[in-house]
Design a protein. Structure first.
Length: 374
């Protein structure tokens, strides 16, 4: 089960006394803590309404919104909760194969906390620890917005322990939706919907060819980069994405130049339009290869080695010391197929940067066939 926990007014409810004690226990010196106190103790606030300032009042809790230090202070403020759950033997997380018995119990990013558990009792115990943390820190769990989604053999369950709500649809964590199946298609449909809105806005402007290419590179493509690191673009959505790009370039009119030529740089007679499917594939594969090339610093690195290290043996050094998966999830299978389709990719020569992989495949003239580009 995965429990996505939401905190009520997370940044506004930070107990500053608790925060200062946490900083001390984590080894920050008195001088540094004194600097932080200076930013908060005795600092007044005023509300501006229609250019009129109200009276000065004190804020007794919370970290300042917009301050560069606030995010870091909040992470330190939440660390005792993570440490307590990780250290509790009554909370069993997911066993990571190839990690030497490591179990992952939770993930944290700012106020986003997700529990990865395998027993009902583990969720009950985790909520008890969160209750203790609430009494000490002032943080409050929003039960109405906290939900649990069951995966694997529990996917049909409807009862939720701990008083949390059941997530019947996709579970959203850090902007990505997770379902029991079809997660990649679900997320990429949303991503392409964003592209449609952006292109519809830019179509209202009179842009040159070069201006449209700049829009694709600076505004449209960056909106897909975050998702490209998580899921490759499904085959069923490649043609619609390519169609959107070229309809925007030609204004929905007849295309006088072949799409394959338009993708080439200006020096080669093209317009330098990004090859969206190839670019997104290069980002995903480059990310996997980069993680394989470096020591494991996150538990996900062990899973990556189980599922993908053998598949990447043609371009990287492979060790047979750890376990190897016989069946691959779809996204790893796609990356393995991409590497087999591009034998010209040599990591030792090209490097791990997705820009280099993209250019290597494009210059070789052998990008994987994409419907709509000929």
């Amino acid at each position: 089960m995965v429990a996505a926990l939401d905190q009520a007014k997370a940044f506004d409810r930070v107990n500053r006394s608790f925060l200062f004690r946490v900083l001390g226990r984590l080894g920050f010196g008195e001088k540094f803590i004194g600097w932080i106190r200076t930013l908060y103790v005795g600092a007044g606030c005023r509300v501006s309404v229609n250019s009129h300032l109200g009276d000065v009042f004190d804020l007794s809790s919370g970290v300042r919104q917009g301050c560069p230090l606030s995010a870091l202070l909040f992470v330190l403020y939440m660390e005792p909760l993570g440490a307590a759950i990780r250290a509790d033997t009554g909370v069993e997380g997911l066993l990571i194969p190839g990690s030497g018995g490591l179990r992952v119990k939770m993930t944290q990013y700012a106020d986003d906390t997700s529990l990865l558990l395998c027993k009902d009792s583990c969720l009950t115990r985790s909520l008890a620890i969160i209750g203790d943390f609430t009494q000490a820190s002032g943080a409050v769990l929003n039960h109405a917005k906290s939900s649990v989604k069951f995966f694997g053999r529990w996917r049909g369950r409807t009862d939720v322990p701990g008083g949390l709500s059941l997530c019947e649809g996709a579970l959203r964590i850090l902007g990505v939706h997770f379902e029991t199946s079809g997660s990649a298609t679900l997320n990429w449909n949303m991503g392409i919907a964003v592209v449609q809105k952006k292109l519809a806005m830019w179509k209202a402007r009179s842009l040159s060819f070069m201006g449209k290419v700049l829009v694709l590179k600076v505004d449209v493509l960056p909106s897909l980069l975050y998702l490209a690191y998580i899921y490759p673009l499904p085959a069923c959505l490649r043609r619609p994405l390519v169609r959107l790009v070229f309809q925007f370039m030609w204004g929905g009119r007849y295309e006088w130049v072949a799409r394959a030529r338009m993708l080439c740089p200006i020096g080669e007679g093209g317009r330098g339009i990004p090859h969206f499917p190839l670019k997104l594939d290069a980002i995903f594969v480059s990310f996997l290869l980069t993680e394989l090339a470096h020591p494991v610093i996150h538990p996900s690195g062990y899973l990556l080695r189980v599922f993908f290290s053998y598949q990447a043996r043609s371009v990287m050094v492979w060790s047979n010391a750890g376990p190897r998966a016989e069946q691959l999830p779809w996204h790893f299978g796609h990356a393995a197929k991409w590497l087999r389709a591009h034998p010209e990719v040599e990591v030792a020569r090209v490097g791990l940067d997705h820009r280099h992989l993209y250019e290597e495949v494009r210059q070789a003239g052998s990008p994987a066939p994409v419907a709509g580009i000929s």
